[in-house]
Design a protein around this ligand. Structure first.
Ligand SMILES: Nc1nc2c(c(=O)[nH]1)N[C@H]1C(S)=C(S)[C@@H](COP(=O)(O)O)O[C@H]1N2
Ligand SMILES: [Mo]
Length: 376
């Protein structure tokens, strides 16, 4: 669906949940989940907050900043309890442009291979690129003093998520090595403003290059420990399972805990099913590389992958951020399919078909991105 001026007029009077743009696709109201229409996603390098996707597993908690405390415990020399003011006054402020991407981005394409019940059917909108401001997790860990033999840092949020009759805060962990890297932030700002409640106010983790699930919002506590978090969202969900696994036969210990996400390119415009005039067609989108790798090339094919042209990258070699890209193809009248794929700085590229990477939770689909067009 393309976003039209007419629609804007009609939607102006509609409620805008959490201050999101009228062109925001709400995938679920409770808990609130959604993201922008693809045609709005690639308009600027920094994704405006009103267009930034939201992935929630529970209701958005209302946090009183005066009563807020972050606790740091586990394998540390000094347990800490910090107010927002402590963090802002006693630790250096750092900013970083970094993309967040949900592990479930593009799940919809996997669902067409085989249904994935109970999961959010994301198109390619569960991604965004923001300017984050806050303190380095490393600096806070150093203030607490990390004990020997510690290997992971586990985070828990203030939200209440229901799973299997239990209610608990969303959580997850990252390896200590990642936690001590300069890119991981405890962010209190997004795009130059205090975090919006829906994005984790007053404080969230930003773990660039990792699946979004590790960037815990409404951060309540951090535990330094020898093992990964035993929170449901680290120990069961957000794991990559073998192709034969299904909900009724899964061996939960067989999955790989997801961290770095893989390289991926997406066509945002023209949109799926669009009708465009014959001639030179401008194709635009985003590309993203995980784990601190950079996007080195984006290829575009209009003949099923037999021949490819190189797109122009607009934000080359910027680690942690996405890049926007543009390509021009000449198309004659008729039905066409455009395909995009990216290569990263480790020479990784994308699998051809979602059938080959299907997994029962529907994570990290980075198959060649395809858009069907009618050229008139
Ligand atoms: N406390 C908490 N943190 C959370 C989540 C959540 O449900 N609760 N969702 C995670 C997931 S799966 C993703 S993809 C990102 C989404 O961040 P955003 O909503 O700011 O885009 O937040 C992560 N942090
Ligand atoms: Mo996610």
């Amino acid at each position: 669906m393309v976003y039209h001026k007419q629609q804007l007029k009609e939607e102006r009077d509609q409620p805008r949940p959490f201050g999101k743009h009228p062109g925001f696709i709400v995938r679920r109201h409770e808990p609130f989940n959604g993201g922008p229409q693809p045609a709005l996603l690639h308009r600027s390098f920094i994704t405006p907050t009103e267009l930034f996707y939201v992935r929630n597993h529970g209701a958005v908690p209302q946090v009183d900043p005066a009563r807020y405390r972050l606790t740091i415990g586990g394998m540390v020399q000094r347990k800490l309890e910090l107010t927002l003011e402590d963090l802002q006054a006693n630790f250096a402020r750092h900013t970083l442009v970094a993309a967040l991407q949900c592990a479930g981005n593009r799940r919809e394409e996997l669902m067409r291979v085989e249904p994935i019940p109970g999961e959010v059917p994301w198109g390619s909108e569960a991604v965004g690129n923001a300017a984050w401001g806050g303190v380095r997790l490393r600096d806070v860990l150093q203030a607490a003093g990390v004990a020997e033999h510690a290997l992971h840092v586990a985070f828990t949020g203030l939200d209440e998520v229901e799973r299997h009759g239990r209610s608990f805060g969303f959580g997850g962990s990252i390896p200590l090595e990642k936690a001590l890297s300069e890119e991981v932030l405890l962010a209190y700002e997004m795009n130059g403003a205090p975090l919006e409640p829906v994005h984790g106010y007053p404080l969230r983790v930003v773990a660039p290059g990792y699946i979004g699930a590790r960037s815990v919002k409404w951060l309540a506590s951090m535990m330094v420990q020898e093992t990964p978090s035993d929170n449901y969202f680290q120990a069961h969900a957000y794991k990559l399972f073998p192709p034969s696994a299904r909900a009724d036969n899964v061996d939960w210990s067989s999955g790989m805990m997801l961290g770095d996400f893989p390289v991926s390119a997406v066509i945002c415009s023209p949109d799926q099913g669009a009708s465009v005039p014959a001639g030179i067609v401008t194709v635009e989108g985003y590309a993203i590389a995980g784990g601190g790798r950079t996007v080195e090339r984006v290829d575009l094919s209009a003949d099923g992958g037999t021949s490819w042209i190189s797109a122009t990258l607009q934000h080359k070699k910027q680690r942690w951020a996405w890049t926007l890209w543009t390509a021009h193809v000449e198309l004659a009248p008729g039905q066409h399919q455009l395909i995009a794929r990216a290569w990263d700085s480790a020479a990784n590229t994308q699998p051809e078909d979602p059938r080959h990477i299907w997994n029962f939770k529907g994570y990290i689909n980075n198959a060649w991105h395809r858009v069907d067009l009618l050229v008139r």
